[in-house]
Design a protein around this ligand. Sequence first.
Ligand code: GLU
Length: 294
Amino acid sequence: MAKFENIITRFAPSPTGHLHIGHAYAAAQAFNFAKRHNGQCLLRIEDIDTSRCKPEFTQQIISDLHWLGHQWPEPVMVQSTRFEIYRQALQTLIERAITYPCFCTRKEIAAANKHPPGPEGIVYPGTCEHLDYETTKKRITKGEPYVIRLKMDSALGLLKNHDLHWIEGVGLEAEPQKRLEVAAAQFGDIVLARKDTPTSYHLSVVVDDAAQGVTDVVRGQDLYFATHIHIVLQALLGLPHPRYHHHPLLTHKGGPKLSKSDKHRPTPTIKSIRDQGLSLDDLEEMITDHLKAV
Ligand code: GLU
């Protein structure tokens, strides 16, 4: 198994709100992993969703990460400055004839409901894959919004001689490591570019991990399934495959993971902890409590 040398990992928050204690735990996993292996942890701001992301959240994230004691090399990568680069990656996939425009609304997709849900929710029923060229062209010319989807079956066909797998570090330590086989068909035709942006989370994350030379992705278990898709996209774009380390998530007692959007169970933000004058030790205690809550 590969040695843990010249490690580069990253912490990649989305500035759609304030960091909460779950993010503090995730950041510690990534930054401490780099420290333990004499490597570097980079910061990347994942703000492709320009309607939900706000510069003031980015400023607060940077201030909170400093308060948490983390340091990273400058410049920070900011995804909203890289749309042209994602567009080029998308173009590569379009030219390989493994994509198609899709005009379906969420409602239409839910109503078609042909497949059992995949690990990431509803699997796209493939409606627009069968639209003829003229119809597609007409709808685009009319200005109808569309996403670009990956033809998963065709993509996997192109990759049939690739040994699609990833190395998962267990418990964030050098040993043991597991080899996991990619099973991407279950996700169906995933979105590569959204209606409002020329990219998607999946596309920009693989482009940027490669651009930043990331050797080890340390992130929460909620993104475990996305890894199947990321390995496929890396193979299609000729990008290297980092190792992956998916850490546990903090949870509320008896169940759900902490979330910034759960109004019934507000999760303490780092800002609120700082505003109350609490210390890093207090934060540590809160994190330990939530780790035990499962
Ligand atoms: N931006 C993602 C998030 O905030 C993390 C992406 C990743 O680590 O791959 O959940």
